[in-house]
Design a protein around this ligand. Structure first.
Ligand SMILES: [Zn+2]
Length: 322
């Protein structure tokens, strides 16, 4: 600890007293003694200022604030969102496209020292959402696995992951639209869309439209996670939940593609911040028309390919009075 003298050099006797008190602060752990020492230190210090330690270089990766924290992880072309719940538990929605230990997700989880994830969600069985979850189930204890009953008939990776999840001892749950997930008191996690009945398809749009869509609300803030849901699902959600769609933050559907984020839907959600999880790709994600629609309603748009991993806290997104 460095002591900074504001005006004039502290007399040697005060310096010596401070050194002794700092030593006793280190040695004595009983709060009573520590408080007494702090009081004495404050008295003796006079005009001596003790600076706060600088935040660590990786401070943005630390817990942002008490409450609900959401991280949009930069994983390349794919989706992965990590959530710290107010009760101390955590959620991972999708794992991005890579299952290696040097992936964006693996590095993020290592940096945060995550050893257990209470709730893992696979929005839908496409590689850019699924592959990173292989790494998760191999290396990290998972309590609950939220999955759809959509079988991607063009791939065996979904069967493999589902077997791995089952073998790990995780509890597999297939949420239905309208379900509320038990993610702790004060948190409202509502499923707005999913495919809870068994079906199989090799069609990309059909699989995207099975995405588990979740609206997460805590105190005065809310975040809508769209997975890769496209305009057909948006229309159904609009029909069923029109009055409850407004959200402060939107995880934009389908990497900002032109097949999602219709005018009607974006107007109903009316997010202040819109996050697009996207990397280098040949699909034209994000579509300029989608970016225009988002900025036209005043949303601030963040992209993981340009802005890197992004964090947002419930404390910073409370809805302003209209
Ligand atoms: Zn995707």
């Amino acid at each position: 600890m460095q002591l900074v003298n504001k005006n004039s050099p502290a007399p040697a006797v005060i310096k010596a007293a401070l050194a002794a008190l700092i030593l006793s602060l280190t040695v004595l752990s009983a709060p009573l003694f520590a408080q007494k020492a702090i009081d004495q230190l404050t008295e003796a210090a006079g005009n001596v200022e003790i600076p706060y330690a600088l935040p660590p270089a990786n401070a943005t990766m630390d817990r942002v604030a008490p409450g609900l924290n959401v991280y949009f992880i930069s994983v390349g072309q794919g989706d992965s969102e990590y959530i710290e719940l107010p009760n101390g538990q955590n959620v991972l929605i999708d794992g991005g496209p890579l299952s290696t230990s040097d992936s964006g997700l693996a590095k993020f989880l290592a940096q945060k020292n995550v050893k257990e994830i209470n709730n893992v969600v696979l929005t839908h069985p496409h590689a850019d959402h699924l592959n990173g979850l292989k790494y998760v189930f191999t290396n990290i204890k998972v309590d609950n696995f939220y999955d759809t009953l959509m079988d991607n008939s063009g791939s065996s990776a979904d069967e493999a992951l589902r077997s791995q999840a089952q073998a790990s001892g995780a509890n597999t749950i297939h949420p239905a639209p309208g379900d509320s997930l038990s993610w702790g008191s004060g948190v409202n996690a509502k499923v707005l869309s999913s495919c809870p009945e068994a079906e199989a398809s090799g069609d990309g749009s059909a699989i995207n439209n099975c995405s588990i869509v979740i609206k997460l609300a805590y105190q005065n803030s809310s975040i809508l996670f769209m997975g890769d849901a496209q305009s057909e699902v948006e229309a159904t959600i609009l029909q069923n939940y029109a009055s409850d769609l407004a959200s402060d933050v939107l995880k934009v559907g389908h990497h900002g593609s032109k097949y999602s984020s219709t005018d009607a839907f974006i107007n109903a959600v009316h997010p202040k911040r819109a996050y697009i999880e996207v990397g280098q790709n040949n699909y034209g994600h994000p579509a300029p028309s989608t970016l225009n629609r988002l900025t036209a309603i005043g949303a601030k748009v963040f992209r993981t390919d340009m802005d890197g991993t992004q964090a947002v806290s419930s404390n910073s997104v409370e809805r302003q009075q209209d």
